[in-house]
Design a protein around this ligand. Structure first.
Ligand code: TNX
Length: 480
């Protein structure tokens, strides 16, 4: 008997024992700090959670609990789950418990063969991720998506054990994060987007709400300010960032590669430091993404110098730098993360940077750019990397993607959702589902355990969960 879990766990054994019923009034015993995650992920009221530091929230007698979370030390994401005869017991570090909770939810909500949903079957699971980073990038610059939409994205990510949300916060078409010392950024460029729509931006409080919703679910937010290209919105807001000293015209088209900053302009370095210091201050995660892609009109030497400047600026702000693959040609400080994306490019510079010590996150356009059309004629999306069917997102091995890439340099995989053609929340989820869950399994599950037909049948079983959650999805004929 197989259960349709996604991502497929490392080890699963059935055993004799009665399934455990988990309804809305189930009692959960958990460390105090996990109560919001338990409530949010299992969808139960916080007063049903008995915290291990003794306090039973509503003051009743301590009940026996059907779900028991035991926290161990360490920061790994592995967990052990034993279910049967009235108890679901989860053991792991804080992160491990969060990943295990996602499994409990799937065990409860995906009906086991011959059993009703709402019951966790008697199983023993040991599980741990293949790759440390399992991310999703959302472009809120081309079209803006607000806090409520991003929280729904985070809920979906948590359900499939993702741990990094990368927010692309600035581009030619808009600036999406409040910088209190530079109010003109959002005042002038927060209200523009592709196609002339209303745009929008995150206040500091909005951003913190996102960071908190993510943190509760064990997801790190990596904010990106894209430089030295993709900067028209900044140059529209701040005239001093242009060589002319005059503000650029707003831009609402979808061409790339035409705008750039210059370090010869003394305003540039100060701008970079100020923005990154602010972003670092409001971001608890370790990384700042500083862009580096598609600067089509900059001489190579100037580009190399700029990319290095950006990486060092991120470090000065107290964070580790992450940059798009082009930046691999620069001399980057130790601890820099390079993000391979352009499936049409030569990967040799990224491979060389990895050999020199950079970490690599794989976001190959032909596999995990979830803004690519599913097939010819599909109404949403772009096609520069080709069509990306669900199977394309699933059927590849990160260790084999770029020839010569040392396996130990591969930190993880990150799907990307660019939004030139996506203007509504429904569009986001239609592009994400089912491909996002394919990427989840690529990042989490061992290569030997993955098989396309098996995945497709498991993924199919998840559609009712997406429907219950109000998530739009594409009924790909490869899966349905
Ligand atoms: C390339 S990926 C870009 C983005 C576009 C995307 C569309 C990357 C680093 N740059 O500016 O939005 O393609 O798929």
């Amino acid at each position: 008997m197989t259960l349709p879990l996604v991502p497929v766990p490392t080890r699963l054994q059935w055993h004799q024992g009665a399934p455990v019923s988990l309804d809305q009034s189930v009692k959960v015993r958990a460390p105090h700090h996990l109560a919001p995650a338990v409530a949010g992920m299992l969808g139960i009221a916080e007063q049903h959670i008995m915290t291990t530091d003794g306090a039973w929230a509503s003051g009743q007698d301590q009940p026996s609990c059907a779900v028991v979370l035991s926290e161990t030390t360490g920061d790994g994401e592995g967990y052990v789950l034993r279910a049967g005869d009235g108890v679901v017991a989860l053991t792991g570090s804080r992160m491990g418990l969060l990943r295990g909770l996602a499994t409990v939810v799937q065990l409860r909500d995906l009906a086991a063969p011959g059993a009703p949903a709402g019951q966790v079957p008697a199983v023993h699971i040991e599980d741990e991720p293949r790759l440390a980073v399992r991310g999703l990038m959302i472009d809120v610059a081309r079209h803006f998506f607000g806090v409520a939409s991003i929280k729904r994205v985070l809920d979906l990510m948590a359900a499939y054990k993702f741990n990094v949300l990368h927010l692309h916060l600035s581009d030619d078409q808009g600036w999406r994060i409040e910088v209190p010392s530079r109010p003109e950024l959002t005042e002038r460029s927060g209200g523009t987007e592709v196609g002339g729509g209303p745009g929008g931006f995150f206040t500091v409080a909005d951003y913190q709400e996102i960071v908190e919703h993510a943190a509760v679910r064990g997801i790190e937010v990596v904010p990106e300010i894209d430089m030295p290209g993709h900067v028209n919105a900044a140059q529209h807001a701040i005239g001093a960032l242009n060589d002319s000293g005059e503000p650029a015209e707003p831009y609402t088209g979808i061409e790339v590669g035409f705008s750039k900053l210059s370090l010869a302009n003394p305003a540039t370095a100060a701008f970079i430091d100020e923005v990154l210091a602010h972003l670092a201050a409001i971001t608890p995660g370790e990384y700042l993404h500083v862009g580096g892609d598609e600067v089509h009109q900059m001489p190579r030497e100037e580009y190399r110098e700029f990319a290095r400047h950006l990486a060092l600026a991120a470090r000065r702000a107290g964070k580790k730098p992450q940059l798009w693959g082009e930046a691999a040609v620069a001399e980057l400080p130790a601890g820099t993360r390079v993000q391979l994306w352009d499936s049409n490019a030569d990967h040799a510079p990224v491979v060389a940077a990895a050999r020199a010590g950079a970490g690599v996150v794989l976001s190959p356009g032909d596999r995990v750019y979830l803004d690519m059309k599913y097939h010819q004629g599909y109404e949403l999306g772009l096609d520069w990397a080709g069509y990306v069917q669900v199977r394309d997102s699933y059927d590849w091995d990160p260790a084999q993607y770029a020839e010569g890439l040392p396996p130990e340099a591969i930190e993880g995989v990150e799907a990307a959702l660019w939004t030139e053609t996506l203007s509504r929340e429904e569009h986001l989820f239609t592009m994400l589902l089912p491909r996002l869950v394919a990427v989840a399994e690529v990042g989490w599950s061992a290569q030997e355990q993955r098989e396309w037909e098996d995945f497709a049948s498991r993924a199919r079983a998840h559609a009712p969960l997406w429907e219950d959650g109000g998530y739009a999805y594409h009924r790909s004929t490869q899966v349905f």
